[in-house]
Design a binder for this molecule. Sequence first.
Ligand code: SAM
Length: 283
Amino acid sequence: MPGTLYLVPTPIGNLGDLSARMADTLAQADFIAAEDTRVTLKLLNHLGLKKPMVSYYRHNTGESGAAVLSRLLSGENCALVTDAGTPAISDPGEELVRQCAQAGVSVVSIPGPCALVTALAASGLPTGRFTFEGFLAMNKKNRRAHLEELRGETRTMLFYEAPHKLLATLADLRDTFGPDRRISLCRELTKLHEEIRRTTLGEAVDWYSANPPKGEFVLVVEGGAPAAEEAPTLESGLARVSALREDGLSLRDAARQAAAELGLSRKALYDLALGKKPSENGD
Ligand code: SAM
């Protein structure tokens, strides 16, 4: 019988966020697949655990993933951890989870620290609907293309960003969404210098031009205003008249009802439905 892959989140800056379930899962796993075994070794030392580890990182997911999967299929249990936060979220793991799902290996995701959720909750921006966009590409053309796709986005948008790329990204965000769009810059979450700067894209560019950014950031950007509903036209009125006629209304009643619903002239709709030029005046 195959073993289980456990996705074990780790603190994003505060060891106090380690939960009992995370520690138990690490203690009970047969082996640990770690993004960086040196980082995970410190965590295991903190917990007083000794465990066999294999490395599973961005550039060896093919080879290492196959070896981990084969051990899972032979019945071992594996805990997957990354350097910080939730595995498979802008971190290695997505591919391994897909392979396990395909091979019928159970995957158990332990809830825990995740920078994007921590930032969203504290952002002060709408949380009901949001889109997580991960890291923008390094390449300027690809970054612009990504942002162009988001131009009409009305949901709150979240991005991960490294400090050395922050200013360029803020400038691109400002150029795409305008300087007045609100942004919450969530920096060094759960750490000593945690800071949430709630401002606008224009002001954020000015601030970080004068104060070089330090630390890790999640950018939470307000969604755009929904497009205003288009004003009804005689053409849309005529379509409504046809629909009401199909429901069995007479032409006169359909024109009256469509006109009332859409705030259009009854006479104009009636004339148009008869193929006449709509009269200028009319109720
Ligand atoms: N899987 C991780 C998670 O879900 O939290 C994210 C890993 S990703 C490689 C690293 C990015 O997460 C950083 O560049 C930053 O954007 C964000 N991040 C991680 N820890 C953070 C923290 N303490 N404060 C703010 N952002 C953080």
